[in-house]
Design a protein around this ligand. Structure first.
Ligand SMILES: Cc1cc2nc3c(=O)[nH]c(=O)nc-3n(C[C@H](O)[C@H](O)[C@H](O)COP(=O)(O)O)c2cc1C
Length: 337
C-alpha cells in the first residue's frame, strides 16, 4: 500500500525558487537522509526537466518538486504604475529599466505538472493554492505523493478535501513567500506550533515549516505532531545552494537584526531580513502578483550585490544558518534516536 509518509525524513529541504534551490542542494539533502524538494517555480518546463535529470544524476534517493499554483486576479494597472513611479529613482541609481507593463503568466503550471507526471518524481508540493482534484488524482494514480502548503485551518480543510496526501503547515516564522491561497488574503500569521495543532486530525500527515534555527526547533515541531520539519533558511549558506553572495553575507552580518513580511518585492507577502528597501517600500507596495515581481526583477538584477536593495529572504531562525555542506546541516538538525 502506498504510504506518502514513508517518503518523509525528519528533515525536508524546502524548495527555494529564484536561485537558492539547485539540483546539487536537493540531491545533497536527499543523499544525506533528508528529503530534498526542488523549486519548480520560475523555470520553463524544459529547464524543470533538465533540473530533475540533474538531481537524478547525483542521487538515487527520493526527492520532490514544488510548483506555485497560479491565481489570476484583475490587474490593477493604476497601483502598478504608481509603485513603478516610486521605484524609478532607485532604478535609475542602478541603471535598471523598469517595465511599464507586464503580462500575467501562470508560470506554465499545466505544462510543468505534466513534466512531473511524466517524470514520476516521488512527491509534488504545491504552494499559493490548491490545484484541481484531477491533479491530485493524476499524481496519486502514478504513485506520486502530493503535499499542499497551508497557512491556516480552512486552507488545510480545502486541500484535504481536494485530495492532498500530505499537508505542509507553514508558520508565520517561515522565510520567503507566505503560502496563503489568495493574493489578497489577510495573512492570519499563525505561529507554526499553533498551526500544527490546528491542522491536526484531518487524516493526513503534516510537515511543519517555519523558523527552524536548531535541532531543538525541529524536536519541538515533531513533539507538536509534525512528521517532519521543512527547512529553508538554514540551507541558504550551504555551498550547494545557489544563494547570491550578498544574501549569504547578510545572513551572517550582525548589522541585520530582524526579519519581517513584506509585499515590496513581489506583491505577495514574504519574509525577509529588514534592509533599506524593505523599510522604504513595504508600506506602499500593492498586492499585485506576479506583476510586481516582474517589475522589481530588473532592479534586483542590477543591484544584485547590494544587500540594502535585494530580497534577503530569511526565516526567524536565520542566525542558525551556517556556511557548511548541506549534509552537515541535515545531520545537525536531525534529532538523535
Ligand atoms: C529563499 C527562499 C525561497 C523560497 N522559495 C519557496 C518556493 O519556491 N516554494 C515554496 O513552497 N516555498 C518557498 N519558500 C518557503 C519554504 O518552503 C519554507 O516554508 C520556509 O523556508 C520555512 O521556513 P525557514 O526558511 O524559516 O526554514 C522559500 C523560502 C526561502 C527562504
Amino acid at each position: 500500500m502506498f504510504d506518502p509518509a514513508s517518503l518523509l525524513a525528519p528533515i525536508v529541504g524546502a524548495p527555494m525558487a529564484g536561485g537558492p534551490s539547485t539540483p546539487e542542494l536537493t540531491a545533497a539533502i536527499s543523499d544525506a537522509g533528508g528529503f530534498g524538494i526542488l523549486a519548480g517555480a520560475y523555470l520553463s518546463p524544459a529547464q524543470l526537466r533538465e533540473q530533475i535529470a540533474a538531481v537524478r544524476s547525483r542521487t538515487g534517493a527520493p526527492f520532490g518538486v514544488n510548483l506555485f499554483v497560479p491565481e489570476e486576479i484583475p490587474f490593477d494597472a493604476e497601483s502598478f504604475l504608481r509603485f513603478r513611479d516610486e521605484l524609478l529613482p532607485l532604478a535609475a541609481r542602478f541603471g535598471a529599466t523598469l517595465p511599464q507593463n507586464i503580462c500575467y503568466s501562470d508560470d506554465a503550471f499545466e505544462a510543468k505538472t505534466q513534466v512531473l507526471l511524466d517524470e514520476g518524481v516521488h512527491a509534488v508540493s504545491f504552494t499559493f493554492g490548491v490545484p484541481a482534484p484531477e491533479v491530485f488524482a493524476a499524481c496519486t494514480a502514478r504513485g506520486i505523493a502530493t503535499i499542499t502548503t497551508v497557512t491556516d485551518r480552512l486552507e488545510a480543510e480545502i486541500a484535504v478535501a481536494a485530495g492532498t496526501a500530505v499537508l505542509c503547515a507553514q508558520g508565520v516564522e517561515a522565510g520567503g513567500h507566505r503560502s496563503t491561497f489568495h493574493i489578497l488574503d489577510d495573512d492570519r500569521e499563525t505561529p507554526v506550533l499553533e498551526l500544527l495543532g490546528r491542522t491536526a486530525g484531518l487524516g493526513v500527515p503534516v510537515i511543519g515549516a517555519g523558523g527552524i534555527g536548531s535541532v531543538t526547533d525541529v524536536q519541538a515541531m515533531l513533539d507538536a505532531g509534525a512528521v517532519a520539519a521543512q527547512v529553508g533558511t538554514l540551507f541558504l549558506r550551504t555551498p550547494e545552494a545557489g544563494t547570491r553572495a550578498a544574501h549569504r553575507a547578510a545572513l551572517a552580518d550582525p548589522r541585520f537584526t530582524e526579519t519581517r513580511t513584506t509585499r515590496a518585492y513581489s506583491g505577495r507577502p514574504a519574509r525577509a531580513l529588514v534592509n533599506d528597501y524593505v523599510r522604504r517600500y513595504s508600506r506602499t507596495a500593492p498586492p499585485v502578483y506576479p506583476q510586481i515581481n516582474g517589475l522589481t526583477g530588473p532592479l534586483r538584477q542590477a543591484a544584485a550585490d547590494d544587500p540594502q536593495v535585494i530580497n534577503l529572504w530569511a526565516g526567524t531562525g536565520w542566525r542558525g544558518a551556517q556556511a557548511a555542506p548541506a549534509a552537515q546541516v541535515v545531520a545537525a538538525l536531525t534529532p538523535p534516536g
